[in-house]
Structure formats: C-alpha cells, structure tokens
Design a protein around this ligand. Structure first.
Ligand SMILES: NC(=O)c1ccc[n+]([C@@H]2O[C@H](COP(=O)([O-])OP(=O)(O)OC[C@H]3O[C@@H](n4cnc5c(N)ncnc54)[C@H](OP(=O)(O)O)[C@@H]3O)[C@@H](O)[C@H]2O)c1
Ligand SMILES: *[C@@H]1O[C@H](CO)[C@@H](O)[C@H](O)[C@H]1NC(C)=O
Ligand SMILES: *[C@@H]1O[C@H](CO)[C@@H](O)[C@H](O)[C@H]1NC(C)=O
Ligand SMILES: *[C@@H]1O[C@H](CO)[C@@H](O)[C@H](O)[C@H]1NC(C)=O
Length: 292
C-alpha cells in the first residue's frame, strides 16, 4: 500500500494529466494572429514554410538566414499572404554576436516577442566521421550553441509575453544515426539542454513553454539532395511539417513528433525517461535556487 501511494499514484497522476491536457486543447489559426514570431533558417525549406503559415495566420514575423536575396523574397511573399508585418535580418549563426544582436533587433522591430522558432542548421554532408574536428565544432556552434545564445537573449521578452521557444530537432536527436554523427550530437545536445531548462522553468514558475520537435525525413530540396541514393525512407511534406511545428508551439506542447511512420512517437515517447525525470526531481533541493 505504501508502495502504491509513493510510486503508482503519482505515475498514474502524471499520465492522466498528460492525456487530459493533450486531448483537451485544439489548435486555431487565430492563436497566432498579431503574435510576434522569429523564424531562423527561413530562406528555404521548413523554415520558409513556417514563415508562410505564420503570415497567413496574421502574425508579425522576423526571418533570418545568410542569403539576403532569398530572405527579401520570403518577406515580400509573407506580406502578400497577410502577415501583420514582415522583416528580415541576414547573417550567419556561426557568429554568436550576430545571434545575440539579431534577437534584440527582431524584438525592436516587433515591439517584443511571443515565439522564438529555432530551425537553422549548418550544411550536413552524409559521410563517415573522419579527421574533421572542424566540422564537429561548426556543427555544435551553429546547430546548438547559437540556439542557446538566442534563447538566453530572448528570455526577458518571452517572460513578459508568457511566450514560447520552439526547437526544431530530428529523429537523429533521439537515436544513433550513422553518417551524421556530428549533426546527431548537436540534436541530442538540444534535447539535453532544453529539456533540462524546461524543468527549471516549471520549478521556478517561469511561464515560457519549450517545444522540441522530432522530425523524420522531410521533402526539402536540401534533404532530398543529401539523402539521394544513400538513405531510403519515405519523405513527408514540408508544408504540413511546418504547420505541425507551429501547432505544437502554440499549444505549448513539450514535444512534437512528425514522421511518415505513426509508430515513431510511440517508440520514442520514452515513458521510462519521464518517470525517471519525475522521481529524480524529488531528490533535488531546488528551493535554494528559486527567488521568491
Ligand atoms: N529536411 C529533413 O529531412 C529534416 C529531418 C529532420 C530534421 N530536420 C530539421 O529541420 C530543420 C530545417 O531543415 P530543412 O531541411 O528545412 O533545411 P534547409 O532547407 O537546408 O534550410 C536550412 C536553413 O538554414 C539556413 N542556414 C544554413 N547555414 C546557416 C548559417 N551558417 N547561419 C544561419 N543560417 C544558416 C539556410 O539559409 P542560408 O543558406 O541562406 O543561410 C536555410 O534557411 C533543421 O533543424 C533540420 O535539422 C529536417
Ligand atoms: C559578428 O556579428 C557582429 C554583429 O552583427 C558583427 O559586428 C561582427 O563583425 C561579426 N563578426 C565577424 C567575425 O564577422
Ligand atoms: C502571463 O501569465 C500571467 C499568469 O501566469 C498573467 O497574470 C499575465 O497577465 C500574463 N501576461 C500576458 C502578457 O499574457
Ligand atoms: C502561461 O501562459 C499561457 C499563455 O499566455 C497561459 O494560457 C497560461 O494560463 C499561463 N499559465 C500560468 C500557470 O500562468
């Protein structure tokens, strides 16, 4: 009976709460109307599709990537599609100063921030890991460190708006992935960092949601070129993928799964991890770190 009280009831509680919350909310495009949103890596691919969806929903958007010409076109399409406002700032996320200042600029352009969508990645060749520590460093800096820098720079604005951080990751951020070891490492790092920060926010009552998106193969030009003849899997459409990411962010979900196989969320959902996280948290004296 003591065992029941100590372990089973809380577990049951967690899962009932989980199902209650996930079943009870429904996405409405109006949720994004007038919201101020940053999308990184938005010159093409999934990022550009997200900018287009947000524009149709009437959001304010600031997009970024390196290629200025492509960003100009994205901004003018966003304005045609109905964005409340649309701007771009071009630069490389290899430069952490740029990453930080970009968030400040975007915040000024929109008068605050409701949603930070982190989506860009550095070029990822499919290759056996070789003597190229530079590639690993660049991958960790662009795919991981710049996400950390930007989320820290955005936090004061996100606290003010009860906003959201949306992190675009991959199945390679949950399972071993040959030929993309550095990419996989950067995506695992995002999971470790942002899942830990999510727990800190919940304990500290910081009402900023963190959504990590686990995507399967998506039919962007980049991905289709890179996997050609090497990796055989069914690719899902980038337009729908982009919409699912925005929905998950707006509904403040912890994770979004989007893959051609319906088994993926079941296999990667990992109840063991959730239970461990719940019980480990009980062992911390978090009080000491929280300002009342
Ligand atoms: N497509 C897939 O199959 C797939 C699967 C799982 C996860 N994902 C994830 O989905 C996200 C988007 O992927 P995608 O397929 O849409 O990629 P994509 O089409 O290649 O777009 C990548 C974006 O990042 C920008 N970028 C590249 N290097 C940059 C740098 N150094 N600094 C700043 N921006 C840079 C690119 O623009 P510029 O070149 O102009 O800078 C572009 O806008 C990524 O996080 C990826 O890991 C994709
Ligand atoms: C990094 O970005 C900042 C801000 O945009 C810029 O002033 C600086 O020159 C950049 N550094 C490099 C090495 O390009
Ligand atoms: C944020 O949420 C708090 C409750 O947690 C509420 O009092 C406040 O009005 C909200 N602020 C905004 C801008 O929605
Ligand atoms: C957190 O913010 C969201 C969005 O504004 C709001 O719906 C929710 O009630 C807030 N939660 C708490 C606990 O204040």
């Amino acid at each position: 009976m003591a065992f029941m009280k100590k372990y089973l009831l809380p577990i049951l509680g967690i899962f009932l709460a989980y199902y209650y919350y996930s079943a009870n909310e429904e996405f409405r495009p109006e949720m994004l109307r007038g919201k101020r949103v940053i999308v990184t890596g938005a010159s093409k691919g999934i990022g550009r599709e997200m900018a287009y969806h947000l524009a149709r929903m009437g959001a304010h958007v600031v997009v970024t990537a390196r290629s200025e010409e492509a960003l100009k076109k994205v901004v003018s399409s966003c304005l045609e599609l109905g964005a409340s406002s649309a701007h771009y700032v071009a630069g490389t996320m290899e430069n952490m100063t740029f990453a930080e200042q970009f968030v400040a600029k975007a915040g000024k352009l929109m008068g605050g921030l409701d949603m930070l969508i982190l989506n860009h990645i550095t070029n990822t060749p499919l290759t056996l890991i070789c003597n190229d520590a530079h590639l690993v460093r660049r991958t960790m800096e662009v795919n991981f460190l710049s996400y950390v820098v930007m989320s820290m720079a955005a936090l004061p604005m996100l606290k003010q708006s009860n906003g959201s951080i949306v992190v675009v990751s991959s199945i390679a951020g949950k399972v071993a992935s040959p030929l993309v070891a550095a990419y996989s490492a950067s995506k695992f790092a995002l999971d470790g960092f942002f899942s830990s920060v999510r727990v800190e926010y919940s304990v500290a009552k910081v009402n900023v949601s963190i959504t990590v998106c686990i995507l399967g193969l998506i039919d962007t030009d980049t991905a289709m070129t890179v996997v050609d003849g090497v990796f055989n899997a069914k690719a899902s459409p980038k337009e729908e993928c982009a919409l699912e990411i925005i929905k998950g962010g707006a509904l403040r979900q912890n994770e979004v799964y989007y893959d051609s196989s319906a088994l993926t969320p079941l296999l990667l959902g990992n109840p063991g991890r959730k239970i461990m996280e719940f019980f480990l948290l009980q062992k911390y004296n978090m009080e000491r770190f929280i300002n009342h």
